[in-house]
Design a protein around this ligand. Structure first.
Ligand code: SAM
Length: 272
């Protein structure tokens, strides 16, 4: 049954499905089925302006996998706070981390009701570790940190992962202060990993058209941030190699040779 069919059997949904949502457009671009007609139409319109969106979604998800393998492996992290989790798909964060370290604990956070409806798929931890789901907005850091403390020990290193999320937070909500608040709570040796849309990668015309399209069709206001603005999220951390790069350039699997490019900056920083 498609998401549209399921919706028609349960009656009106408690949220607007007539305007595209970032989580469901991303799901569509990744080949998922947890999306509505408005999400698919907006994604198709976006692809006409910038055909690399499908590659971008896949490259971002692959970056998430490589980062988590790095953090659970080389960096020895056993606790993750993953905000802006997205609709569960293959290779959810806890599955990747627990393959390396079964005792890993993961707290997931998202504010989309569709993600909440599928949260069961995120609560499938093995017995040695644990996962939890918090239905909250990133901007409500107090609630997130209070509830996350039920599972995470904030005296030990935590990886805070904000993958393809912060461009949904406008400057008026001060995303840099939000990230600083989260990183203040975790001890030295913790990590911050994120990816973020960067305007440098699109021609001025494509950027203008993409922004106009998003303004018309997408619920979230999307804010593209320059390399310098993205770098500022990492104040108080040391970036691990290769630093601030496009998602497909961050420690690519040996033998990878991409012919497309994403418009997503990314980096991983270790708190001093
Ligand atoms: C593009 S998806 C990325 C999913 C996943 N992090 C990944 O990279 O594969 C962005 C997610 O962030 C969530 N999101 C956007 N703004 C948010 C906010 N203010 N608070 C919590 N979640 C938010 C959306 O609902 C969506 O699920």
């Amino acid at each position: 049954m498609t998401t549209d069919e399921a919706a028609s059997t349960v009656g009106p949904l408690p949220f607007d499905t007539t305007k595209a949502h970032q989580a469901r457009m991303y799901d569509y671009l990744l080949g998922g089925t947890d999306n509505y007609a408005a999400d698919r139409a907006a994604a198709e319109e976006a692809l006409k302006v910038y055909p690399e969106w499908a590659f971008t979604a896949r490259a971002n998800r692959a970056f998430l996998g490589r980062v988590v393998r790095y953090l659970a492996g080389e960096a020895g992290i056993r606790q993750f706070l993953d905000i802006g989790t997205g609709i569960p798909t293959a290779g959810n964060l806890h599955q990747v981390a627990q393959e390396i370290a079964p005792e890993t604990r993961v707290v997931y956070v998202d504010y989309d009701p569709v993600v909440l409806a599928h949260a069961r798929a995120l609560l499938t931890s093995n017995a040695a570790g644990a996962t939890e789901y918090i239905d909250a907005d990133l901007r409500d850091t107090g609630t997130i940190l209070d509830q996350a403390a039920n599972l995470l020990d904030f005296t030990k290193p935590v990886a805070v992962t904000l993958i393809a999320l912060l461009h949904a937070i406008p400057d008026s909500d001060n995303p840099h202060a939000i990230v600083a608040r989260l990183m203040d709570v975790v001890p030295s040796g913790s990590y911050l990993a994120l990816s973020h849309l960067g305007p440098e990668f699109l021609t001025p015309d494509a950027l203008k058209e993409t922004q106009a399209m998003a303004g018309r069709n997408v619920q979230q206001q999307i804010t593209w941030r320059s390399r310098e603005q993205v770098a500022r999220f990492f104040e108080g951390t040391d970036l691990v190699e290769p630093g601030l790069v496009r998602v497909e350039e961050w420690r690519p699997a040996p033998g990878t040779c991409e012919t497309e490019g994403s418009p997503l900056w990314c980096a991983v920083g270790r708190k001093r």
